[in-house]
Ligand binder design. Structure first.
Ligand SMILES: NC(=O)c1ccc[n+]([C@@H]2O[C@H](COP(=O)([O-])OP(=O)(O)OC[C@H]3O[C@@H](n4cnc5c(N)ncnc54)[C@H](OP(=O)(O)O)[C@@H]3O)[C@@H](O)[C@H]2O)c1
Length: 347
């Protein structure tokens, strides 16, 4: 049976629920789910809880209680069919007597896939692919990418003047962008699993790399990661304090660093480093998304956003698919995705 309007509306709600748990579910995906009872009324809803806790479908089923019997579950990702730290969602859906499951993206995780098949075999009416583009390019995107590639999704974020400088000739760099841009950048930090810089940024700026809400440390903090091949990090660097967990890696190879973070359960990395590390990551094709805050200022000297990325001629320039251009205060925010992402990540 094709999907109806109520199910489409429920999927929009499920997508919005998934957004609320970005950065809080890894290594599990950020999923949203809604239960509609047999009469088409909203009976329950939920989103993935922290790792080890219930998945979105389970939260929504608990909210619905007996009303789930004969009802429909709308969920952004195909329900999992495997036992991890929690039981398979497919079995909970079958036990609750759900008549129909409508989901967005297929689960590419070989250990957990097969959920749709299992439900179908148990007599549940299953429809996949509803709002699949919105699902795959929303809160699920980092996780889907990580599942397909075996490394975290990397968002490279920087603030630059209109002539592309991320610091002045004297290396002063704070407040290049507007307050609105800085607040926006801070929200990015709250939505990822790890924040990454090179030793150069720590030595120049001594950043704290934490998430603060009204100047108070947020309860949940991303992992702080510093790449420091030559062990130049000073013992009193603010990034080493107890406000959040910090990992210092001395590997020279971005792919190895990404693998190490993946193995720790990191699925989304925010690269906040300077031009040297950004160059190394672009050269290694380890950048999946670029977020640039461009301030209407000119410096004429000082480091530019991207250091040497091994590109010698215009024909080899990295092309970006621009996703959005937004005004933030006086600044312009550009979000783009390198074209290679489509080839290597398949999303
Ligand atoms: N406006 C902005 O958005 C923004 C953001 C960040 C930084 N900045 C500015 O950028 C400047 C710092 O630039 P930066 O380029 O020195 O910072 P960086 O890219 O954060 O750090 C560079 C250092 O990272 C280390 N590193 C570790 N592994 C590496 C690898 N695989 N490839 C390359 N480097 C690796 C290297 O030091 P070792 O060899 O010792 O490991 C390298 O010198 C400062 O002025 C800062 O204010 C601006």
């Amino acid at each position: 049976m094709p999907t109806n309007e109520a199910e489409q509306a429920a999927m929009h709600r499920a997508l919005a629920l998934a957004e609320t748990v970005r950065g809080r579910t890894s290594p599990n995906p950020a999923v949203g789910a809604v239960v509609i009872d047999a009469d088409g009324r909203l009976a329950g809803e939920g989103a993935t809880t922290a790792a080890g806790g219930p998945h979105a479908e389970i939260v929504a089923l608990r909210g619905a209680g007996p009303a789930a019997h004969g009802g429909t579950v709308i969920v952004t990702l195909e329900p999992c069919a495997h036992t991890g730290r929690t039981g398979p969602c497919t079995e909970a859906l079958i036990a609750a007597g759900v008549a129909r499951v409508v989901y967005g993206a297929d689960d590419p995780n070989p250990e957990a896939a097969g959920g749709a098949q299992r439900l179908h075999e148990a007599g549940v009416d299953v429809v996949g692919g509803l709002e699949v583009h919105a699902a795959a390019s929303g809160a699920l995107r980092p996780w889907l990418h990580a599942m397909r590639t075996g490394r975290p999704y990397v968002t490279w974020k920087f603030a630059a003047t209109l002539d592309g400088r991320v610091a002045a000739a004297d290396y002063t760099s704070q407040w290049i962008s507007s307050a609105a841009s800085r607040a926006d950048a801070h929200r990015w930090r709250a939505s990822v699993d790890a924040v990454l810089v090179g030793s150069g940024t720590v030595l120049a700026d001594d950043p704290h790399l934490t998430v603060r809400e009204n100047d108070v440390l947020a309860e949940q903090q991303p992992l702080r990661v510093v790449l420091d091949r030559r062990h130049r990090l000073p013992d009193d660097a603010r990034v080493l304090d107890a406000a959040a967990e910090t990992v210092v890696l001395d590997t020279a190879v971005p792919q190895f660093a990404m693998k190490a973070l993946y193995d720790r359960g990191v699925r989304h990395v925010l690269l906040e480093g300077g031009p040297t590390l950004a160059g190394a990551f672009v050269e290694a094709r380890c950048v999946d998304e670029v977020v640039a805050y461009l301030a209407p200022r000119l410096l004429g000297a000082g480091p530019t956003a991207l250091g040497d990325a091994g590109i010698g001629t215009l024909a080899d320039a990295v092309m970006l698919e621009v996703e959005s251009v937004t005004r933030l205060g006086e600044d312009i925010k550009v979000v783009g995705r390198p074209r290679w992402t489509d080839q290597t990540a398949g999303d």
